[in-house]
Design a protein around this ligand. Structure first.
Ligand SMILES: Nc1nc2c(ncn2[C@@H]2O[C@H](COP(=O)(O)OP(=O)(O)OP(=O)(O)O)[C@@H](O)[C@H]2O)c(=O)[nH]1
Ligand SMILES: [Mg+2]
Length: 317
């Protein structure tokens, strides 16, 4: 099957799906195509949803998709779940929860469960965002489980990041403090039907207020919203908050937007570079560069592992 830039730009979903698979497999022609697509990217608005397992991310994303579709926006969804035992894609739960959009041409859902060959979860996600962007999706939604640094990195690539918590899930403020707190543009306390929701919201509010002094005047202050995703409660307010943040980025704080883009591209470049170096190291271990002979020499103390590593690095070029 031919993979062409034109087909993607015309919105051909089958070509896009094929390209994504080939990117997963690290097939060179897919990377080549991505290079040509790059100039056509940058249109899509990227929304991140992050939070603990089971907090209701997919359920809320499903409602957000409906809202976007009713406004005639096309949507791409990438559900990243590095903890999933499934590889290569179909996260059953996500597919089921977003099933009603499965037959809608305006919605493209893709699950990403593999870490890829060289640990490049951020890299593969960024690549897929680009494909969806070039495909013409107006909004790309990233669903990530907020656990590791990788997931925080992914969330940070979004223009607007929604951090979700739920009451009585061990999701007390202490637990979410580490890492994902700073990345939130909007806080959502989902499962507001459960006990403790208002207390959780109040704790979050207190925390946001405490951070006020360290924020520049006029800086964005994350709102705290209550939702019941499975009953579509609070979703309108969420859409409004997302829109407000988008307007803030585009109009009120253009410098913040540029900073965000620079940081994002900086991270992406670093990530791509790391991937390339890792490939070379892998190659060195699989080829003769790191020979059994070298290991033998280390055992015999003819060479130390530090010097050996330097030698190998030199040879990698
Ligand atoms: N009571 C209640 N249950 C909800 C609410 N929102 C979602 N759920 C339920 O919570 C469960 C988990 O929802 P998901 O949307 O799959 O959560 P998730 O965060 O995507 O989960 P992972 O992708 O596995 O991390 C499902 O059974 C939902 O029906 C809510 O507002 N109230
Ligand atoms: Mg989910």
């Amino acid at each position: 099957m031919e993979l062409s830039v034109d087909k993607i730009l015309l919105g051909d979903v089958r070509t896009a799906a094929r390209l994504m698979r080939e990117l997963d497999d690290g097939i060179p022609r897919a990377i080549e195509l991505l290079k040509s697509l790059y100039a056509h990217t940058g249109r899509a608005y990227v929304l991140g949803f992050t939070g603990s397992p089971g907090v209701g991310k997919s359920t809320l994303v499903d409602q957000v998709i409906s809202q976007l579709r009713s406004r005639n926006k096309t949507v791409g969804v990438i559900a990243v779940d590095p903890t999933s035992p499934f590889s290569g894609g179909a996260l059953l739960g996500d597919r089921i929860r977003m099933q009603r959009h499965g037959t809608d041409d305006g919605v493209f859902i893709r699950s990403l469960a593999t870490r890829g060959q060289f640990g490049g979860l951020t890299r593969s996600t960024a690549a897929i965002v680009k494909v969806m962007d070039a495909l013409g999706k107006d909004v790309v939604i990233l669903e990530t489980v907020g656990v590791g640094q990788d997931e925080v990195d992914i969330a940070e690539t979004a223009h607007t990041t929604v951090v979700m918590v739920a009451p009585a899930m061990g999701d007390d403020i202490q637990a979410i403090k580490a890492g994902i707190l700073e990345i939130a543009h909007i806080f959502v306390v989902n499962k507001a039907d459960r006990d403790g929701a208002t207390r959780t919201a109040a704790e979050l509010r207190l925390m946001v207020e405490m951070g006020r002094d360290s924020r520049p005047v006029g800086a964005w202050e994350p709102p705290i919203l209550l939702t019941e995703a499975n009953r579509n409660v609070g979703v309108n307010e969420l859409m409004e908050a997302i829109e407000q943040h988008r307007r803030y980025l585009l109009k009120d704080d253009a410098a913040a937007w540029q900073r965000h883009e620079r940081d994002r591209i900086h991270r992406e470049l670093e990530d791509i570079l790391k991937g390339k170096v890792m490939e070379k190291i892998q190659w060195a271990f699989e080829s003769d560069t790191v020979s059994r002979d070298m290991v033998e020499q280390i055992i015999q103390k003819k060479i130390d592992p530090y010097t050996a590593a330097e030698k190998i690095l030199d040879q990698l070029g």
